[in-house]
Design a binder for this molecule. Structure first.
Ligand SMILES: Nc1ncnc2c1ncn2[C@@H]1O[C@H](COP(=O)(O)OP(=O)(O)OP(=O)(O)O)[C@@H](O)[C@H]1O
Ligand SMILES: [Mg+2]
Length: 247
């Protein structure tokens, strides 16, 4: 498989925090679904903001198909943030989706074409004139994905896509993941909720103490999970009420 993203010796520090990403080497391959897990504060969001070109590393290099991410057209690697509300930019669903392609200074017809395609891909065509504020949490997440798709992203990073979603919202989000996978898009999913997504994952990467702690097939990684990494193996059952606790 071809590498779509390569993070080479990436280091990130913050003045008040010190080094949060020590030296990360990670390749993401075309068309795979990679789940990135790790304790709160392990650096998942920071690492992927850098991978999308939204934040500069202090050392190391991030390549998109071999070219530094800073030289790549904006939106090639899209990121859907945890708070979908923060990504809303338009008065209507359609305007919101058109915002990105307009910013890329694409011709009007192309903006229209991409908006329509993203609306229908994400099942939002009937809501094109709605105010985004009136959408449900799951629909807002779809809208965020539609906006990123309309930018022409080839890879998509979803940061905690299940947070605060009800059962239906989680299902809608998983349908999006499944559609994107079927279209051959590369997906990186940052989450603590492994039980919702591992069925779609080709790879599980654990981040901790500033670096990659493990990387491999989900089963293999879970089989040798270190409790210090702050990740819970979801392969346990909740057969009875007495099992419904994490303690
Ligand atoms: N802009 C910033 N300035 C200073 N420190 C930051 C900044 N952004 C992140 N950090 C710090 O970097 C570390 C990694 O944060 P990050 O948000 O990447 O963690 P995370 O793995 O995504 O955690 P969570 O699971 O809670 O989302 C944390 O200690 C955080 O406080
Ligand atoms: Mg995070």
């Amino acid at each position: 498989m071809e590498k779509i993203l390569s993070l080479c010796n990436v280091l990130k520090k913050f003045p008040d925090k010190g080094v949060v990403i020590k030296s990360v080497n990670l390749d993401v391959f075309e068309g795979e679904c990679l789940v990135l897990a790790g304790a709160n504060g392990s650096g998942k969001t920071v690492l992927m903001r850098m991978a999308c070109g939204l934040m500069e590393p202090d050392a190391g290099e991030i390549l998109f198909r071999g070219t530094p991410i800073s030289r790549i057209r904006r939106g090639s690697v899209g990121m859907v943030f945890q708070e979908a509300d923060n990504q809303i930019l338009g008065e209507t669903v359609a305007e919101d989706i058109a915002f990105g392609p307009k910013n890329l200074r694409l011709p009007k017809e192309e903006v229209q074409k991409r908006t329509d395609a993203a609306l229908s891909a994400m099942g939002l065509a009937e809501k094109r004139e709605y105010s985004p504020r009136r959408l449900s949490g799951g629909e807002k997440r779809r809208l965020a994905v539609a906006g990123v798709l309309a930018m022409g992203c080839e890879a998509l990073v979803m940061d905690e896509p299940f947070t605060n979603l009800d059962w239906q919202g989680v299902r809608q989000t998983l349908e999006v993941v499944s559609q994107m996978k079927a279209q051959g898009k590369t997906l990186v999913i940052l989450t603590h909720e492994l039980e919702k997504i591992l069925a779609f994952a080709d790879r599980l990467v654990i981040l901790g103490q500033g670096g990659v702690r493990d990387d491999g097939k989900p089963t293999d990684v879970l089989d040798k999970l270190n409790p210090n990494w702050g990740v819970r193996d979801p392969r346990s059952s909740y057969a009875t009420i007495a099992d419904c606790t994490w303690l």
